[in-house]
Design a protein around this ligand. Structure first.
Ligand SMILES: Cc1cc2nc3c(=O)[nH]c(=O)nc-3n(C[C@H](O)[C@H](O)[C@H](O)COP(=O)(O)OP(=O)(O)OC[C@H]3O[C@@H](n4cnc5c(N)ncnc54)[C@H](O)[C@@H]3O)c2cc1C
Length: 509
């Protein structure tokens, strides 16, 4: 879209998103699904070309499902059977297998993918989504907020001309060197990991099955390294650098082939791309200032050993999008409701993302350790020779809550309904109350005899998978939020009333 068509000073959108990486693109599509207009301002013309994310999980696939892009993304990705940590003699230290079948979220629990493929699919979806617009080649240079809006100033990188646009909210999805973060608060907490690694993607000339389908973490070596089986003929190596390494010379083809020679020879593959990264572990101290927010790498950075950096950014915007949408769509919100909703973004997200980062740091310690058995015991407990690791599913930090709060903030799976549909297909991005017929009858008797409760409801009794989930939690109702975490649960009519009142208050979508 030409700048001249879209913006002179004073144009207005609901939300300006700074940066169109995976976080910003996903946010624009989520907001559009909630009927909220979003304009993404992106500095670069093209998608970022260097090697980055190769893994996402089933929670993230549910977000893609809700955006209508799970099909193309699944076709471009492949199932990941898991990750193995081995010592220099090849002995298996830590095994993190992933089930071969579809899991509780309705998808494989772990996928391998190529980040530019994913970003292209998201941008194609933006192209056909009326409420979401992307303007490339423009750099945001400043933001100024008043009580009722934010004025965003940006520069056309081709012409050098400046323009501005007004928005109700601005979200900085502008990566590790975020401009928006500078307008909120630059302070970060450093969780202590800081290393330089060389990352190389190669394209195989022919099959090389001996490399295997598992991700292999080569621990305790002179140079610890990660091997990743990516889709199609692409393979990834990440190799730890030493302080004396020169970042420029080590990224030259001849140096790379020397580092790869134990696995692969030059006639077997072409080096597609490589980069030296500083792996960091940072969490910003402040994610919101009134109408400004940060999300994704702008808010946190993790070493990539869990494959969760991009996933965390997508969880951020899954959390934030419905809250901003509720504020845009409900002019009747009291100031308190507005503040409670928007403040809950950071308080809910920080503990969740920290748990991933801290686990990634523990994995990094194992990968780096010379005494791998000792490090294994220290980091993952037990006296065993090989530890079997399970995926972590962190809940949300303190935030929104209602009814019985025991399971508040827990992630809720995606049951298959009797109709054959999955839960999210049926309800889209709405909040939904899953409840037994008898508890609903109790609630109606005490509080509401009318039919319309004003909320999406599924009666559990005819839905065996929902019955089983309620039995697991030992409750008779749960309220699932638009981002698929629980607002709370209920066993009594009074708790149902609290759930319904809170859901209606917080999700006027
Ligand atoms: C080697 C490596 C491996 C990784 N592996 C994984 C993995 O397996 N799984 C995983 O989940 N994550 C992984 N990650 C992390 C993942 O790649 C990042 O977390 C993710 O790309 C961050 O997305 P983002 O949209 O927040 O930021 P970015 O992708 O950095 O996008 C930010 C965008 O903002 C734009 N921008 C910046 N400033 C401005 C401005 N002033 N005006 C306009 N636009 C601006 C930039 O041009 C950029 O396009 C890995 C990272 C690395 C380096």
């Amino acid at each position: 879209m030409p700048i001249s068509e879209l913006h002179s000073t004073g144009d207005q959108v609901d939300v300006v998103i700074v940066g169109c990486g995976p976080t910003g693109a996903t946010l624009a599509l989520l907001l559009a699904r909630f009927g909220v207009s979003a304009l993404i301002l992106e500095r670069e013309e093209a998608i970022y070309p260097l090697p980055r994310a190769v893994h996402f999980d089933d929670q993230i696939m549910r977000v893609f499902q809700s955006l209508g892009v799970a099909g193309p993304i699944a076709r471009a990705a492949r199932y990941n059977p898991g990750m193995r940590f081995v010592d220099p003699s090849g002995h298996l230290l830590l095994d993190w297998p992933r089930p071969a079948g579809v899991g509780e979220n309705g998808w494989y629990t772990s996928y391998r993918f190529h980040q530019p493929d994913l970003e292209s699919i998201l941008r194609e979806q933006i192209d056909v989504t009326q409420a979401a617009n992307l303007l490339t080649n423009v750099e945001v240079t400043g933001v100024e907020q008043s009580d009722s809006q934010v004025n965003v100033i940006y520069k056309n990188r081709q012409t050098g001309a400046f323009a501005s646009v007004n928005a109700s909210y601005v979200v900085g999805c502008d990566g590790a060197r975020s401009t928006v973060r500078k307008h909120i608060n630059e302070a970060v907490d450093d969780l202590g990991f800081n290393e330089h690694w060389l990352v190389v993607d190669v394209l195989l000339h022919q099959e090389k099955p001996e490399l295997g389908d598992f991700t292999i973490q080569h621990c305790g070596r002179d140079r610890p390294a990660t091997y990743v089986r990516c889709p199609a003929d692409r393979r990834r190596w990440e190799i730890s650098l030493k302080p004396e390494d020169n970042a420029d010379t080590i990224a030259r083809d001849d140096s790379i082939w020397k580092l790869l020679e134990q696995w692969l020879l030059p006639h077997e593959a072409t080096i597609e791309r490589s980069a030296v990264y500083e792996f960091k572990s940072l969490v910003s101290r402040q994610w919101r200032d009134r109408r400004l927010f940060i999300a994704g790498d702008a808010a946190h950075l993790t070493p990539p050993f869990m494959g969760q950096g991009m996933c965390a950014g997508i969880r951020d915007v899954s959390n934030l999008s419905w809250k901003i949408a509720a504020c845009c769509n409900s002019s009747g919100f009291s100031n308190d409701t507005h503040e409670t909703l928007l403040d809950s973004y950071q308080s809910e997200r920080v503990p969740n993302v920290k748990e991933y980062i801290e686990t990634a740091i523990r994995l990094g310690a194992l990968i780096n350790s010379c005494d791998t058995q000792e490090s294994l015991k220290r980091a993952f407990g037990g006296g065993e020779d090989t530890v079997r690791m399970k995926s972590i599913v962190p809940g949300l930090g303190v935030g929104l809550a209602a009814g019985n709060e025991t399971y508040r903030g827990d992630w809720f799976p995606q049951p298959c309904l009797a109709s054959g549909q999955r839960l999210d297909e049926r309800v889209g991005l709405k909040a939904v109350l899953l409840i037994t017929a008898s508890l609903l009858a109790d609630y109606r008797q005490q509080y509401s005899s009318g039919d319309d409760i004003g909320l999406e409801i599924i009666i559990a009794d005819d839905e065996p998978e929902i019955v089983a989930l309620l039995a697991r939690y030992e409750v008779a109702a749960v309220l699932v939020r638009p981002d698929r975490y629980l607002l709370g649960s209920a066993c009594k009519g009074g708790e149902v009333k609290l759930l319904i009142d809170a859901a209606k208050k917080f999700t006027s979508l």
